[in-house]
Design a protein around this ligand. Structure first.
Ligand SMILES: [Zn+2]
Length: 385
């Protein structure tokens, strides 16, 4: 930490010189420090999306979300415990761009057409598409420092996301639960249509409304580079969806602008402790939920009971019944042996399927899981406004 005086209000304060952009805690001005000549340059494209939620509201939203997922909504209050809720205002570089993709590929002919020309069963097709994004790239050096923040992009298309950036508008407008919880809606009802981007304000600490403001550790050049590679990869996958074999594709990016925006996020944890028969098979484990703090949308959430758990329960019950039938088969009638064999097969199948489900699906998701524990303490020392 070094003491510097603010280029705007002149007040001295402590700064970490590894940060790419520094924020004055007194007047909220953002500036860059030129390490060679010591000159300070004010950075004015810095915004913040105000945090509109508090811990109580986040808790209510989480309970409402759990109720909608649970088949017995009434039991949610008794079986689910929210253990921890934390909010952060996280810096993102937002790159406005247009991406134009042209592709060429082979498409398999419908069966009827194949009879005319057996030699080639594919036809060559070309196409193009154009999309606009406000692409968000984290300005934190460790993108895994918080659970779930590495894979926020959930495209409509069926494809594997392997990048951490995301389109701001579609991401921060999803997962909203309509309910009357008194989440502060901006002024009047016509404003409800406003996106997070629209409600951004010039950066000031006060708009975080109590959330810790995380510092800016990544340069805009790096953010641009990362955005390019994210969008190129995304569009490559989009082009592949259109054809059976992709021969050629080209994506051109037109960057319209770059801004720095602090976005409000909330991280909640909960524990599920079932009261039913399930409790004998269920080891309570903390589950995570990520929400945005602008309108309280659920961006990502782990389920307490997943298909895997149900399959295990099924496997255990079938195995016990199989044993029971086997005993009946010995003591009473041979036909029970057949039932025992059948149940044993079902038990094995369930167990096998449960193990298949347990394998981590995505590499990025797995890193998040591993890294989170190790950085949890570092996160707690963040500067508070
Ligand atoms: Zn200042």
């Amino acid at each position: 930490m070094h003491e510097l005086s603010c280029p705007s209000c002149n007040a001295p304060s402590q700064y970490d010189l590894k940060d790419h952009i520094l924020m004055c805690p007194f007047c909220s001005v953002s500036f860059r420090l030129n390490m060679e000549n010591g000159k300070k340059e004010i950075y004015s494209d810095h915004y913040i999306v105000p945090n509109a939620c508090d811990t109580r509201q986040i808790k209510n939203i989480m309970y409402e979300w759990l109720k909608r997922l649970h088949h017995q909504a009434d039991s949610v209050d008794k079986e689910y415990y929210i253990t921890d809720i934390n909010g952060y205002s996280i810096p993102y570089w937002i790159i406005s761009l247009e991406a134009h993709t042209m592709w060429k590929g082979l498409v398999r002919k419908p069966k009827g057409l194949m009879e005319y020309n057996i030699a080639s069963n594919s036809i060559q097709e070309t196409g193009q598409f154009r999309r606009n994004y406000r692409w968000a790239v984290s300005a934190r050096s460790n993108i895994c420092e918080r659970w779930g923040m590495t894979l926020l992009h959930e495209p409509k298309e069926q494809l594997d996301v392997t990048w951490d950036g995301f389109p701001l508008d579609s991401t921060l407008s999803r997962g909203r639960i309509e309910m009357n919880l008194g989440v502060k809606k901006s002024k009047d009802s016509e404003n409800e249509e406003l996106s997070a981007y629209d409600v951004r304000e010039f950066f000031e600490f006060k708009y975080a409304n109590g959330l810790p403001i995380l510092t800016i550790q990544v340069s805009d050049e790096e953010a641009l580079r990362r955005t390019r590679s994210h969008v190129l990869e995304y569009h490559h996958k989009l082009a592949r969806i259109s054809v059976d074999v992709l021969i050629d594709h080209r994506t051109e990016l037109e960057i319209a602008g770059i801004q720095l925006i602090h976005l409000p996020f909330w991280h909640g944890r909960y524990i599920y402790q079932p009261r039913s028969l399930l409790k004998h098979f269920h080891t309570p484990k903390e589950k995570n939920v990520i929400l945005e703090g602008y309108s309280g949308g659920i961006l990502k959430g782990e389920l307490a009971i997943v298909k895997k758990d149900k399959l295990w329960v099924n496997a255990i019950i079938c195995a016990s019944l199989s044993l029971f039938s086997f005993i009946l088969g010995i003591l009473w009638h041979g036909a029970f042996m057949l039932i025992a064999a059948f149940l044993l097969i079902v038990a094995f199948a369930s167990g096998y399927m449960a193990m298949q489900k347990a394998a981590p699906r995505n590499r990025l998701d797995r890193t998040t899981f591993i890294q989170e524990g190790s950085t949890a303490t570092a996160a707690k020392t963040e500067k508070t406004s």
